[in-house]
Design a protein around this ligand. Structure first.
Ligand code: SF4
Ligand code: SF4
Length: 257
């Protein structure tokens, strides 16, 4: 017997409210859209969610040079925690083939994030907004270790976390043990604001990095990433397979197991 088609009452309800709200109040539409999308993502396994206004990053995005990215005013950041024990046991000497860490990040978590971003984009396009899912980070420029869009920058602008001395996104709950994906959109979602947090006197990632890739400088919006991080040193070490010590050494989000 063919399975009965599931009826998404919540979706229909929310869509109905949205259509009514559009004629009455933009703020109500914003709130309903943001809460609805957040709930949709959480139900599908997202651990972190934020929305950013990309206006402050326009110059940087223009410099990165992807014209498609420039067409969208906002970014949705969706994050998942990495498995704590896998990050903890990872050693820099493992090869790509024998590493649970690499398998977990690139073969398990990245596809989950990409499917989630695709679903979130569809949720928005069903409501007549534009939405472009940007794949979870797989750097296309191995020398600079950059992707087509900085998920970290968007998550930072949306208040999901702050950029640490390791140039990673540091979140309150999981530290840097997270992976991110983004959906660019014109939907009028409620945007978050940057956290007023810094690494302070901590030097753990700087001391843990085997090639001295970090200068120890805190993130500053006006300073280039090169002033904080030598991507070539990191990339050449372990032949493009990041050793992950900057992730596992961070005291933020450490679990007392
Ligand atoms: S992955 Fe390893 S080599 Fe690269 S910056 Fe982090 S600690 Fe340094
Ligand atoms: S290890 Fe310390 S300095 Fe490095 S990112 Fe984490 S909190 Fe910041």
């Amino acid at each position: 017997m063919a399975p009965k088609e599931k009826i998404n009452f919540e979706g229909i309800f929310l869509k109905g409210i949205l259509e009514t709200a559009r004629g009455k109040s933009m703020n109500l539409e914003k709130d309903l859209l943001t809460v609805g999308l957040n709930r949709f993502c959480v139900q599908r396994g997202c651990d972190l969610f934020g929305v950013s206004d990309l206006t402050p990053a326009r110059d940087y995005l223009a410099f990165q040079g992807n014209p498609l990215v420039m067409k969208f005013p906002r970014a949705i950041s969706i994050g998942m925690q990495l498995n704590y024990d896998i990050v903890k046991q990872h050693t820099p000497c493992e090869t790509r083939q024998e590493s649970l860490y690499w398998y977990h990040c690139y073969d398990v978590v990245n596809p989950m994030l990409n499917f989630l971003a695709y679903d979130a984009a569809r949720w928005l396009t069903d409501r007549n907004f534009r939405a472009l899912p940007v794949p979870a980070s797989t750097p296309y420029n191995m020398e600079k270790l950059e992707g087509i869009f900085s998920h970290k920058l968007a998550a930072h602008l949306g208040g999901v976390g702050w950029i640490g001395k390791s140039c990673l996104l540091i979140t309150e709950k999981f530290g840097p043990r997270v992976r991110l994906v983004s959906v660019l959109t014109d939907a009028p979602l409620e945007t978050g604001s940057m956290l007023d947090k810094k690494c302070g006197s901590c030097q753990a990632c700087i001391e843990a990095c085997p090639v001295g890739a970090f200068t120890g400088m805190e993130f500053q919006a006006t300073a280039s990433r090169e002033a904080r991080f030598d991507a070539r040193k990191c990339s050449e070490y372990r032949n493009n397979h990041a050793c992950g010590r900057c992730v596992s050494s961070c005291p933020i989000g450490i679990r007392k197991l």
